[in-house]
Design a protein around this ligand. Structure first.
Ligand code: SAM
Ligand code: SF4
Length: 469
């Protein structure tokens, strides 16, 4: 792959962002209320409006933003939480990102790339826990070229184990050239995710000193090239703690607007991981712009309101208490039962820590997370129906098509949840889950849908699998 940034220009207007954060810092309550209402009316916010929300300090106004984000999530997306797991394929890396345990200069990292058999075993272990959706993660290395990535995705799709299989694979890997994306697209990936890490170019260049990733523009243009290759299901993200989090949220918004303006489609998901400690990586002990839990809550709520049509991903980097607090503010997807050491699902050993990119905050098994979600009234969903029925951009459809959630998402969530309960759950989760399913059925207003779903649930009980609308 040849990196070529000729003719590329950044679409992140640093000075305008700083000026907006300054000029909008004293927006009155009436303006904040109007901005929240605009979002509830299903409009993406403009940069000045997002800057106004980001600058709020007053506790009452902050509560208003939290309530607005919660209402938007409930009203548009309902009470489902989509579950997935990360699968780390290899931690070789030629970059030197100062915050990452996989960076080339980290002598303490135990390098490993899954062999074909190991990948199959990892997949079986994940299937055996009940997973249906994965994000496959790769370091950046000539070994992990597009063909390798495509082959590994294919191996995962082909692996069946007992009653289950992985039905959707998303990717988090280095940006490619257009030809590379075409190869990866050909095996049927879901979302292609690239985090810009920081949208502040000067900071970016300081923290990514060598390797292909040191080129800010090549990375910023990474999702444009994916679009040009026909992949329109894309995830953006920023790693929180590298620069001012308010600037990063503005950067994410400008990225979304750029994709909308250029291709007519915005990002499918937004991620906002905070830096976690990584072995041999001093930088992670004291991130220069560490985001407090309180600011993190506001950050999530503001992203929810700013780009109402995207899915928001909250990872197991966050500790349980933070996850519980942030979930109601508009999160649509979480990973659960995650292991991030290469090869950890099938075989955890003493070296696992050294093969991990960082340390997780939430290490509960999948079944415990599902139990807690059901207890709190969320429907855990493993739904992959849009992807498999050729309806790309599931979150956008949920957002844009009236009645879509009621007709597709909720019934499909319940079907996949029922399948999980039958095949993989503990007795405790089964009892809690059945209560939730009964409750959700009882409040379905559409009598035709209720009858049809009841019939499909009975078919599942009788042993049929993979039923969806
Ligand atoms: N190597 C590819 C890349 O850099 O794009 C693929 C993904 S990398 C393995 C996944 C993401 O993990 C990075 O984009 C970064 O945002 C995040 N990450 C790296 N170090 C981290 C840390 N110490 N804590 C939390 N997230 C981290
Ligand atoms: Fe390599 Fe990605 Fe880690 Fe950077 S973030 S060192 S590119 S694995």
């Amino acid at each position: 792959m040849k990196i070529n940034t000729e003719g590329l220009q950044s679409f992140i207007p640093d000075d305008t962002i700083q000026a907006l954060l300054q000029s909008e810092s004293k927006a009155p309550a009436s303006r904040i209320r109007d901005i929240i209402q605009k979002s509830l009316d299903k409009h993406r916010l403009d940069p000045a409006e997002t800057a106004a929300l980001l600058s709020v300090k007053d506790p009452e106004l902050k509560s208003m933003i939290f309530e607005g984000a919660h209402e938007l999530k409930e009203r548009i997306y309902g009470n489902r939480i989509v579950l997935f797991a990360p699968l780390y394929v290899g931690n070789e890396c030629i970059n030197d990102c100062v915050y990452c345990g996989f960076r080339i200069s980290n002598q303490e990292c135990a390098r490993h790339t899954l062999s074909h058999d190991e990948l199959v075993n990892e997949t079986k272990a994940l299937v055996n826990n009940g997973h249906k959706r994965l994000i496959m993660v790769y370091g950046e290395h000539p070994m992990y070229d597009p063909r390798f990535i495509a082959d590994t995705v294919q191996t995962v799709y082909e692996t069946k184990f007992n009653k289950g299989e992985i039905r959707r694979v998303n990717i988090n890997a280095a940006p490619m050239d257009i030809e590379g994306y075409r190869i990866v697209k050909s095996v049927g990936i879901g979302t292609y995710q690239i985090f810009q890490e920081t949208y502040h170019q000067k900071t970016y260049e300081k923290l990514h000193p060598t390797g292909p990733k040191s080129n800010f523009l090549w990375r910023l243009d990474g999702l444009d090239r994916a679009m040009k290759a026909g992949i329109d299901d894309l995830g953006i993200g920023a790693l929180m703690g590298l620069y001012d989090w308010r600037f990063e949220v503005m950067g994410l918004l400008y990225h979304a607007i750029h994709l909308e303006d250029t291709f007519g489609v915005g990002p499918h998901t937004i991620s906002f991981p905070r830096i976690e400690p990584a072995i041999g990586t001093e930088f992670t002990q004291h991130p220069p712009f560490k985001v407090s839990d309180e600011d993190f809550k506001l950050l999530v709520a503001v992203i929810r309101l700013s780009v109402p049509y995207t899915g928001l991903i909250l990872t197991a980097r966050e500790p349980i208490a933070v996850r519980n607090e942030v979930l109601p503010l508009g999160i649509s997807q979480i990973d659960a039962g995650s292991s991030i050491g290469v090869g950890d699902y099938a075989h955890k050993d003493d070296e696992s820590r050294k093969k991990s990119q960082f340390v997780l905050g939430d290490t509960r098994p999948l079944d415990d997370v599902i139990y807690e979600l059901a207890k709190d009234g969320y429907i855990p969903s493993f739904c992959t129906s849009c992807y498999r029925a050729g309806r790309t951009g599931e979150h956008f459809m949920e957002f844009a098509i009236p009645g879509f959630v009621k007709r597709f998402c909720t019934p499909n969530a319940l079907l996949t949840f029922a399948e999980y309960l039958d095949d993989y759950s503990s007795e405790r989760t089964k009892a809690q889950g059945q209560k939730l399913i009964d409750f959700e059925l009882s409040r379905l207003e559409d009598t035709e849908m209720k009858a049809s779903l009841t019939e499909k649930l009975a078919k599942l009980k009788a042993g049929q699998r993979d039923l969806y609308y």
